[in-house]
Design a protein around this ligand. Structure first.
Ligand code: HEM
Length: 572
């Protein structure tokens, strides 16, 4: 009995002590959890404070370093943001440079510092040293075309893609004399014939079509020229381009806006259409790939005789099929949008090339005497060539000079932009630009500066890019030529040479340095080929109000945005 009662009390004690230790354990565990949670909170607090402190220190450094850069004082906490619109930005910068010199700072907000540089030598130094682009550039492409490596902000991200694209584009030159195939040019001329049935046509519209056909045929081959959805594709691109700035200007993607979803659905349609044309090219490549290889071998054996009548279309198919296959192979990492890079190239290439073509069309319409000289040049080059239909644009120097001059007066964009995200930029002039500051180059101001281009800097004068051998530097570089070169250099009657436009440090339509445009050579050759064919058959005439002089206020040169032009068939 005693035994059983002692057993019972032991069990009770054991139960009690067990329940006490369980309670104790629970308390201990809760205590531990509390301590850990507190430690976590402390850790987070320290991390957040350290992060905020580092931001404050960075900001203080930015403010301190920016003090040495000349510029207007900040009117309020929000800087000059409210005083500047997209339209008057170049004019604002022009006034600031006049007042403060070639390097000017502008606060766009308490953390947003913008530095504008106007001196050509400093510009080139900056464009070589600053490796990144403003993050907004990446967003402008990311929103409509998805994640992709071309046109991104940090240089390391775009480097590989740039190299692959450059090799493909320049690799075409030895293959065929002109980068744009004859079939694409014929297609454009045929469309012009259709336009002319209506009388006159808007220069902007026809330029857009020309650029689209030129780029489409280069990227996708002949398939693009016969593609039934090409017109819809072109319209979609233009609709997306119109709204791109609006939707990228939001810091937070505006999911709540109806318009944004409409924009997204346009982008989705564009992606589907790009995949459609790629599928067609792939099919074509699979069907004709082997045949073309054989054709190519034969062509090589015959000493290129087969291809010498100008680029044939079968040749283009294989080159271009390889082009997009290789391009995708080189560039598309797993996380990238399929065909994202092709859409980006089409987008950038078409908008910029269309703008250039439009400037040339309007300039030639305004200067019929230059048009006549170019026509003589084309006829002479044709007479000198063994194959009558072949266009050797390298010999058409006034035409090339006209393209340079159009690119100089109305560049593709009013600003070049850069930024150095991680380290300060020390320029030779002694100016230090703090890390994180946005850097801009007002290209229009630089390309219309009297100091670099002479007294006639704001006039259309392609002769500034031409010189008689031995007189090049007098005529071209940093001297006023005031139309005199037109008499000195007559491209038809005397021998002369084309100056390298890049010899003038103030020539920047294709940018410079680490992010410079890799399409420059392609575009110059392509647009020259197009105009050589166009002017051979047609005269360009301006219609109605467009004949007025272009707007020019010493800082921005602008053709009327929409000029009516007529293509008049030449008798010969
Ligand atoms: C008239 C036609 C064109 C003009 C005026 C033009 C102009 C420009 C300019 C100003 C830049 C920025 C350069 C810089 O920041 O230093 C650029 C970048 C670029 N361009 Fe073009 N471009 C044209 C056509 C093309 C074409 C046809 C292609 C390709 C087929 C192309 C490919 C590129 C690429 C890939 C970049 C980006 C470079 C980078 O971010 O690293 N461009 N272009």
């Amino acid at each position: 009995m005693a035994l059983s009662s002692s057993c019972g009390s032991d069990a009770l004690l054991a139960i009690l002590s067990h329940s006490r230790s369980e309670a104790c354990n629970r308390v201990l565990l809760r205590d531990l959890a509390n301590r850990e949670f507190n430690a976590f909170l402390w850790f987070s607090l320290i991390a957040v404070t350290a992060f905020l402190l580092s931001r404050v220190v960075k900001l203080l450094c930015l403010w301190a370093k920016a003090r040495s850069i000349p510029g207007p004082p900040c009117p309020s906490f929000y800087g000059h943001c409210k005083l500047i619109s997209r339209e008057n930005f170049t004019e604002v910068l022009s006034d600031l440079h006049k007042k403060y010199g070639s390097v000017v700072k502008l606060w766009l907000g308490p953390t947003k510092l913008l530095v504008s540089i106007k001196d050509p030598n400093l510009i080139k130094e900056m464009l070589l040293k600053a490796a990144d682009k403003l993050p907004l550039t990446g967003r402008a492409f990311h929103l409509p075309f998805g994640r992709s490596s071309l046109f991104a902000s940090p240089f390391e991200k775009v480097q590989k893609g740039r190299e692959a694209l450059f090799t493909e584009l320049t690799g075409k030159f030895p293959e065929r004399e002109n980068v744009v195939c004859t079939k694409a040019v014929d297609c454009i001329l045929e469309r012009i014939q259709n336009f002319m049935a209506k009388g006159s046509v808007e220069s902007k519209m026809v330029s857009q079509h020309m650029a689209f056909t030129m780029l489409g045929a280069t990227l996708f081959g002949d398939e693009f020229l016969a593609w039934s959805k090409a017109t819809v594709y072109e319209e979609l691109f233009m609709m997306i381009a119109k709204d791109a700035c609006l939707w990228t200007s939001y810091n937070v993607t505006p999911f709540w806006k109806h318009g944004f979803w409409k924009y997204q659905s346009l982008c989705t349609k564009l992606k589907c259409l790009t995949q459609d044309i790629i599928q067609q090219c792939k099919k074509n490549y699979m069907l004709f790939g082997h045949m073309d290889h054989n054709l190519r071998d034969e062509t090589e054996i015959l000493g290129k005789e087969v291809a010498s009548d100008g680029p044939s279309c079968s040749e283009v198919v294989i080159v271009d099929a390889l082009f997009f296959q290789e391009l995708n192979g080189h560039l598309n990492a797993t996380e990238e949008e399929p065909c994202g890079n092709l859409m980006r190239i089409m987008f950038h290439g078409c908008l910029t090339t269309a703008r250039l073509i439009n400037n040339i069309l309007v300039s030639l319409g305004m200067h019929p005497q230059i048009q006549d000289k170019i026509y003589s040049e084309i006829t002479m080059a044709r007479n000198g060539s063994i194959k009558k239909d072949q266009l050797n644009v390298d010999k058409m120097l006034l035409l090339l000079a006209t393209i340079y001059e159009s690119a100089r007066l109305v560049p593709a964009g009013s600003l070049l932009q850069r930024c150095s995200l991680t380290h300060d930029l020390n320029l030779k002039s002694g100016v230090t630009i703090p890390a994180g500051a946005g850097l801009v180059v007002p290209v229009q101001l630089v390309q219309m500066d009297d100091c670099s281009w002479g007294n006639d800097a704001n006039e259309f004068n392609p002769y500034r890019f031409l010189s008689k051998p031995g007189k090049g530097s007098d005529i071209m570089l940093n001297k006023s030529v005031s139309g005199a070169a037109e008499n000195i250099v007559n491209p038809v009657e005397c021998s002369f040479s084309l100056n390298d436009p890049n010899a003038n440090t103030a020539f920047l339509p294709f940018g410079y340095g680490l992010h410079a445009c890799i399409g420059e050579k392609f575009v110059l050759n392509g647009v020259a080929t197009l105009f050589a064919s166009l002017l051979k058959h047609y005269e360009i005439k301006l219609q109605g109000a467009a004949e007025d002089n272009p707007k020019s206020n010493n800082c921005v040169f602008e053709h009327p945005s929409s000029s009516q032009i007529a293509f008049v068939k030449r008798n010969s």
